[in-house]
Design a protein around this ligand. Structure first.
Ligand code: PGA
Length: 248
């Protein structure tokens, strides 16, 4: 049985004032039956981790460098994220692939660094609209998965997030059949490569998950939770998504 995970990606949103949302989320979910994760901007990670440390909410980074330390201005290592209280890190998000030129090889190296640094890597993959419309989705996902996920990945240290690029922040989501098709494909690929460990790796759906569509998405086979952007910023939105996952 894979334990479900509701993960929030705050992206470049949030200052100290927004930590009240985290307190509200903890108060509303004292004993959740699913795993909970919030990934704030790096500037808030340590303060958020102080607030969540006695709660069921884990914290994570949104990226880490592939090296442990050194002359990399502006970058953060896996060890630094861990030192700030993180247990997870999101890697290869499509915004980083697009804005920072992150290739599968880079995501692979970062994922290796995160895993060897003791973090759980949430590795993101997903097709663009052009790729979807040209029928390339399954092939794109397969290439990204094999190129980005390192050999050291296990059920305990790796989570896959399937996020169609065209569904992120747009309010559009694939049909439930399309979500089911991609998740089944990812599961087959993971099991083929990693055997039993691949069976245990969680595969999240991400892209415009909202309280209004969470129940139907979580009912799709092989969906083990969600990576949520916009709707993770407010406890009033993320709370119902958590409840929907608990009830799935
Ligand atoms: P969204 O973002 O929920 O705002 O669409 C999801 C993500 O990018 O992880």
């Amino acid at each position: 049985m894979r334990r479900k995970l509701a993960a929030g990606n705050w992206k470049m949103n949030g200052t100290a004032a927004d930590l009240t949302e985290v307190k509200a989320l903890i108060a509303a979910n004292p004993t959740p039956t699913v795993d909970l994760l919030l990934c704030p901007p790096a500037t808030l990670l340590s303060r958020m981790s102080d607030i969540t440390k006695d709660s069921a909410i884990a914290t994570g980074g949104q990226d880490c460098h592939m090296n442990g330390k050194g002359a990399h201005t502006g970058d953060i290592s896996a060890a630094m994220l861990k030192d700030a209280g993180a247990t997870y890190v999101i890697l290869g998000h499509s915004e980083r692939r697009a804005d920072h030129g992150e290739t599968d090889a880079i995501v692979h190296a970062k994922s290796e660094a995160a895993i060897s640094g003791g973090l759980i890597a949430v590795i993101c993959i997903g097709e663009t609209l052009d790729e979807r419309e040209s029928g390339a989705t399954l092939g794109v996902v397969e290439t990204q998965l094999s190129g980005s996920v390192p050999a050291t990945a296990t059920a305990a240290n790796t989570v896959i997030a399937y996020e169609p690029v065209w569904a992120i922040g747009t309010g559009k989501i694939p049909t439930l059949e399309q979500i089911a098709e991609v998740h089944a494909h990812i599961r087959t690929l993971l099991v083929t490569r990693f055997g039993e460990e691949g069976q245990g790796m969680r595969v999240l759906y991400g892209g415009s998950v909202k309280p209004s569509n969470a129940t139907e998405i979580f009912a799709v086979e092989d969906v083990d939770g969600a990576l949520v952007g916009g709707a993770s910023l407010k406890a009033a939105d993320f709370g119902p998504i958590i409840t929907a996952l608990e009830n799935a």
